[in-house]
Design a protein around this ligand. Structure first.
Ligand SMILES: Nc1nc2c(ncn2[C@@H]2O[C@H](COP(=O)(O)OP(=O)(O)O)[C@@H](O)[C@H]2O)c(=O)[nH]1
Ligand SMILES: [Mg+2]
Length: 466
């Protein structure tokens, strides 16, 4: 992406396509009011003369399509909303057109804005301007996209907290801590003749250890953050007829997959969305394993293998009313055991399995003829595997991939600085350099230093109009 300038006027349709009550077309930049004056017909005063943060009703005109009497034709009736720099999202002049939804009005208004000199906005460019103009830091800008992409209430709460500054504040605190140590250290290095007391452990140990602890705590939220933002894949596998499809239906609370006593009923994988403690989950029922089977079924089994390997959690269903099955053992030998749980099903028919024959991973015994009762302990075991036992316990500050990378580097630098400072006085100069490095990672995290590639990566994930 090549963003030409932060100083021209950009336009975009900010709402989704399709039938809807209203649509919003947005303008941001120095020409916003001049353009609005030209294409908006309303009671005087004209838009540019009106007070900011107000709105006015009127008609949007197409200056290129003249009606019979030579006047510009009306595109739609609309409400115009204005914000004046710097009191707007982008800190520029912003005009928003609220017109009728659907496929025509917003598109025509948008094209008219372009004809009047606006440039099509790139994905996330409004938020990019908010960032470049100092309204929000990069961590907050990332929260905007998280909010738009949130699939669960929990994800939205996390995004809102981040937008309000929870993560930024934590990072700023770490920064301030390191800075205080560095200031003490550099004062002594830069002015050795001043009568400062020697730089001792008490000057750096508490502050740096506190920073390290805060970073560790933040890093420990990454896994949760990834799952809350991007969801998790939970795969149900096992031999034919073990009750996999019955389990899928029980977990979903709906008859999604065909359940039958005929072995090999599910030949392709079946997927459905499902929410567990604030985590969006893709639940996948797979084709069952058996020795024989036709070509289609073998293809299904190969697909099961692939899914099983890529799953965040694997729920392996076993018919507990029968003794050990060779095939189960073979399958489990290849399973990712650290993220696998066993469901011993059909216990209403008696239990003939010997638990000791199977790997020691979390397990649960179920009778899925009573779907709700059967599903509850399985949900719990999935939550354990995904480490999402409750949606509140983990807190609302959850770091993302980019933060993780930079916090990791900060952590390594702090570790190194601590070792250096614990050595002799000669190590103070390299320690100061390493501490500066740590600060630079935090600067990058907050977006105080950046380059275009970084911004392109962050903002390309946005939709147009945001
Ligand atoms: N008695 C009993 N039958 C079950 C249980 N769970 C599933 N079944 C039955 O076992 C058969 C196979 O179930 P299904 O879910 O299609 O198995 P899949 O091949 O693993 O998907 C069906 O007739 C189900 O009704 C259970 O807990 N107890
Ligand atoms: Mg099935």
């Amino acid at each position: 992406m090549n963003i030409p300038s932060n100083q021209d006027t950009i336009a975009a349709i900010a709402t989704g396509a399709g039938e809807a009550a209203i649509a919003i077309v947005r303008l941001s930049g120095p020409e916003s009011f001049a353009i609005a004056d030209r294409i908006f017909e309303c009671q005087p005063p004209k838009p540019s003369q009106r007070p900011p943060r107000t709105f006015v009703f009127g008609h949007v005109l197409d200056q290129d399509a003249l009606s019979a009497n030579g006047a510009a034709s009306r595109i739609d009736e609309a409400l115009l909303l204005f914000f004046r720099a710097p009191n707007s999202f982008t800190r520029q002049d912003v005009v928003e057109f609220q017109c009728h939804g659907g496929n025509i009005a917003a598109q025509r208004i948008y094209r008219t804005l372009l004809a009047q000199g606006a440039r099509p906005a790139a994905p996330g460019e409004f938020t990019r301007r908010a960032f470049l103009n100092g309204r929000i830091d990069l961590v907050k800008a990332e929260a905007v996209i998280d909010m738009i992409k949130a699939q669960t209430q929990r994800a939205a709460t996390v995004a809102l907290e981040q937008l309000a500054g929870s993560l930024s504040r934590s990072i700023e605190d770490i920064y301030a801590n390191i800075m205080s140590v560095l200031a003490e250290l550099e004062a002594r290095l830069d002015f050795p003749d001043d009568d400062l007391p020697p730089f001792e452990k008490k000057h750096w140990q508490p502050a740096l250890s506190h920073s390290v602890a805060t970073i560790e705590k933040l890093l420990s939220t990454w896994d949760q953050g990834r799952r809350v933002r991007h969801g998790a894949v939970v795969v149900i596998a096992g031999c034919v007829n073990a009750g996999k499809s019955t389990l899928l239906n029980a977990l979903l609370g709906q008859e999604r997959a065909i359940v039958s006593s005929q072995p090999g009923t599910t030949r392709d994988s079946i997927e459905e969305g499902f929410e567990l403690n604030g985590i969006p989950i893709r639940l996948v029922d797979t084709a069952g394993y058996r020795q024989t089977g036709c070509g289609i079924e073998k293809q299904g089994m190969a697909r099961s293998d692939h899914l099983r390997r890529s799953a965040d959690a694997l729920i392996y269903v076993i018919d507990a009313s029968e003794p050990l099955r060779e095939l189960d053992c073979l399958n489990l030998a290849e399973a990712p055991l650290e993220r696998t749980a066993l469901v011993f099903n059909k216990i209403d028919l008696g239990i003939r399995v010997n638990r000791a024959d199977y790997p020691s991973v979390p397990d649960v015994f179920t009778n899925l003829t009573v779907p709700d009762e059967g599903a509850e302990p399985v949900k719990k075991i999935i939550a354990d595997l995904l480490d999402c036992q409750s949606d509140v316990a983990a807190g609302t500050t959850l770091i993302g991939e980019r933060h993780r990378d930079l916090l990791n580097r900060t952590y390594i630098s702090l570790d190194e600085a601590k070792s250096l400072l614990a050595m002799d006085e000669a190590s103070q100069v390299p320690a100061a350099i390493v501490l500066r490095e740590a600060l630079s990672y935090l600067d990058e995290c907050l977006g105080r230093t950046f380059n275009d590639t970084l911004l392109d990566t962050v903002f390309s994930k946005f939709c147009i109009g945001k």
